[in-house]
Write a protein that binds this ligand. Structure first.
Ligand SMILES: [Zn+2]
Length: 384
């Protein structure tokens, strides 16, 4: 049952959000609000450099920091092992610095140790940083469950220069994830579905604030997406890039938690039935294509579809199955459509069947191929 069963409105968000170039060096001033013992889980790619940088930042502050290199996968056992190893040290603050899996590990360790959580994403590639849950896997990389926390992170801190230094494809993928936010929010609101605030307890009716943030997320992408890419391609921070980072990380996170997912994320989930192809593309790239599929399925007016496909084409998001490395066979499309029902289609404002989804994917792929031929645009980032 996804429809609201009560009229109570519910809202959730991180307690604090900071974003700007060089913010990571200010971590000591943020962590000392919670205590003097700090533990950081850091992505392997950044581990050596950031450990040295943090040790320098913490020197002489009166606070102490220990670091740990995130290794492999987010499992219950790995989180427990790290937490157990930190029991004697008993940090008051746990910081996660890196990609989604590093951040999810840090959230779990902070929860185990009753410590404050500070989340520092090193790419603006998804809306996960601001949300109070971890996705738990097995050692064989199979999805197990979502581990929900009572609160969203205490602080989300984004160093815009680190985001600007990351591969451009990450930012583009984040825009794909953020692009879905408003269309999924509108579907949930129309169907009066419960949002993801305390989702484990059934969620709430959306607030107007949640709705407006989803709308603003879309407006920011349309106004600044391309300009933000110019900055990211040169690894510099501009006002447009700052706006898009905020849209990708904060507005998209708030938008999904306070409204819910719908068709776009269902398509993304459907693609995971083809594991060898699924791993070749990023979450937001699949969600971007899923947004186009949701719009076709909802029979969205042409002017809005044109605006969205133009945006996707110009920033290099996938427009076709081929952009996602998926051969357009009836067998593949049927498998995606079927598996997509393990997620959020029931949140659309009308009944959606497997045949509807099959048809929407086929028609979206045709639209994307014709768009590519007509405008002769650069290939999607997946194909560069
Ligand atoms: Zn997403």
């Amino acid at each position: 049952m996804v429809r609201v069963t009560k009229t109570t409105r519910g809202w959730s968000s991180p307690a604090k959000y900071y974003q700007g170039p060089g913010e990571i060096d200010k971590l000591p001033s943020y962590t000392e609000l919670f205590g003097k013992k700090v533990f950081a889980v850091i992505d392997p790619f950044f581990y050596k450099d950031l450990t040295a940088r943090l040790e320098k930042a913490y020197a002489g502050t009166g606070s102490e920091i220990k670091t740990f290199q995130y290794e492999f996968e987010v499992t219950d056992e790995r989180i427990k092992k790290i937490s157990d190893s930190m029991k004697d040290y008993a940090p008051q603050v746990v910081i996660g610095i890196g990609g989604g899996k590093t951040l999810d590990t840090a959230k779990g360790v902070a929860d185990d140790l009753d410590a404050a959580t500070i989340i520092v994403p090193t790419a603006a590639s998804t809306d996960a940083p601001a949300i109070g849950l971890s996705v738990i896997y097995t050692e064989e990389h199979e999805h197990v469950r979502a581990r929900f926390y009572v609160n969203d992170p205490d602080i989300v801190l984004v160093d815009s220069q680190i985001i600007a230094d990351a591969p451009v494809r990450f930012l583009v993928s984040g825009m794909g994830d953020a692009l879905s936010t408003v269309f999924e929010a509108r579907a949930n609101i129309k169907s009066d579905s419960a949002n993801f605030v305390n989702a484990q307890a059934g969620g709430f009716r959306s607030t107007k604030s949640g709705r407006m943030i989803a709308e603003l997320c879309y407006d920011i992408l349309m106004a600044n997406g391309i300009k933000a890419l110019y900055a990211a391609q040169n690894h510099v921070v501009t006002e447009a890039l700052e706006d898009v980072i905020e849209a990708n990380v904060l507005m998209s996170g708030l938008g999904v938690e306070n409204n819910g997912c719908a068709g776009a994320h269902s398509i993304c989930e459907g693609i995971s039935i083809l594991p060898e192809l699924d791993v070749k593309t990023m979450h937001g790239e699949k969600v971007g294509f899923g947004t186009l599929c949701q719009m076709i399925l909802e029979n969205t007016p042409d002017d809005l579809i044109d605006e969205v496909i133009d945006f996707c084409g110009q920033i290099g998001l996938p427009l076709t199955l081929d952009d996602l490395f998926i051969p357009n066979t009836d067998e593949n499309v049927r498998a995606i459509a079927k598996h997509s029902f393990h997620s959020y289609w029931e949140r659309e404002p009308f009944l959606v069947t497997e045949d509807d989804v099959f048809a929407a994917i086929k028609a979206t792929d045709q639209m994307g191929r014709e768009y590519r031929e007509t405008y002769n645009i650069e290939p999607a980032y997946t194909r560069r």
